[in-house]
Design a protein around this ligand. Structure first.
Ligand code: CXF
Length: 362
């Protein structure tokens, strides 16, 4: 079939909405009519840094309606509402033990540009157009493996739900699936973008009595307070480490670091109390850590977390239930754009004007 999709032809080029051919679902795959898709920093990485082959249709926070199912699909039927998440094999030890975010073929399946049978579903003329995260949601239709399509409640506006497939589950899952804060403990969240704000909402659900939000933009800190932060610290104006240590009786029990900025990563370690745990969620370049003084001497640990250590088919429906109960108001992060405004949506995400842009396709 012919679809309209935002194609990235070469590294660093703006998105261009064009006609692309999409072949039908193979065995265990589904055809999804995309209703809306979130815009995530990793799409900008895919556009600008050559992490996947070009040409490519990016997009990995798709939400839509099942139009057709391939052979052997048993769990989904046409008409179902789904959110697509990251691709995973479902068969390696990490997938089988409930940690598909560290699937042994995660990089190949999500960044390799092809579906798990090593072929492409998207073409222009005779040329392959590559796939991102096993979905390529920046198009009017997408093919995904059924494993990667999470059935969601039809009572909730589907256009809101795409970001649950990545950014929002990353922040919330890091707190609820990985750190699991003990009763009465404090947490500091560095960076109040979509991931950090989701971590803050999750920390409130977990009952943390002290939730420190750290950012350099006052408007984001204000939103962080509205979503559950008990303290808002602007790193440009205050000594973050000193403030947290003073307010939290020697430091925070937990930290979620979403910025990937080495001096902020350092702050996040320094502001932990002895035995504190820092979850690293922002892609961070090489940096110097004094392993004895920064970690070992006070029994601190640093944990890498991908996609909130989530099992999307379990965690996304749970987040939706909390949203319905008014306890996870992630819709506060979202601003809708028409699909044709895709380049503007990326600009606004980069400048910080919008926390979570969502493109509407229908
Ligand atoms: C990504 C973050 C960087 C590592 C791979 C998964 N998640 C979504 O964008």
């Amino acid at each position: 079939m012919k679809i309209q999709a935002a194609v990235t032809h070469a590294q660093g080029q703006p998105f261009s909405i064009e006609e692309v051919s999409l072949s039908g679902p193979k065995s265990n795959e589904v055809l999804v009519r995309i209703v809306a898709t979130g815009v995530c920093h990793t799409d900008a990485v895919g556009r600008d840094l050559g992490v996947s082959p070009y040409p490519i249709v990016l997009g990995h926070e798709g939400a839509g309606v099942i139009e057709q199912v391939g052979e052997n699909v048993t769990r989904l039927v046409p008409g179902d509402h789904v959110v697509m998440s990251f691709a995973h094999c479902g068969q390696c030890e990490n997938c089988l033990t409930g940690h598909p975010t560290v699937c042994s073929t995660f990089n190949e399946l999500n960044f390799g540009g092809r579906m798990d049978d090593h072929t492409c579903r998207l073409h222009q003329g005779d040329a392959d157009v590559h796939t991102f995260f096993g979905q390529s949601s920046f198009g009017t239709y997408a093919i995904a493996h059924e494993r990667n399509a999470v059935k969601v409640d039809k009572a909730v506006d589907l256009a809101l739900l795409g970001p649950l497939g990545c950014g929002i589950q990353t922040g919330a899952g890091t707190v609820l699936n990985r750190l699991k804060p003990a009763f009465g403990t404090s947490i500091a969240v560095y960076g109040c973008g979509a991931v950090g704000l989701s971590a803050i909402m999750a920390a409130k659900i977990a009952g943390c009595p002290q939730i420190f939000a750290v950012d350099v933009h006052d408007n984001r800190l204000e939103l962080a307070r509205e979503l559950g932060a008990t303290h808002a610290l602007n790193g440009r104006n205050v000594d973050v480490v000193k403030e947290i240590k003073a307010a939290a009786n020697g430091g925070a029990h937990y930290a979620v670091e979403t910025t990937g900025v080495p001096p902020v990563v350092r702050q996040c370690l320094n502001a932990l109390r002895p035995l504190g745990q820092a979850a690293i969620v922002g892609v961070t370049p090489e940096m110097i850590i004094d392993v004895h003084n920064d970690l070992m001497a006070e029994g601190k640990s640093m944990i890498g977390v991908i996609e909130g250590d989530s099992v999307p088919r379990v965690f996304i429906p749970q987040l939706i239930e909390f949203y319905k109960a008014g306890r996870f108001p992630f819709d506060r992060l979202i601003k809708f754009y028409d699909f044709s405004e895709i380049n503007q949506a990326f600009e606004d995400s980069k400048s910080g004007a919008t926390v979570k842009p969502v493109l509407k396709l229908a």
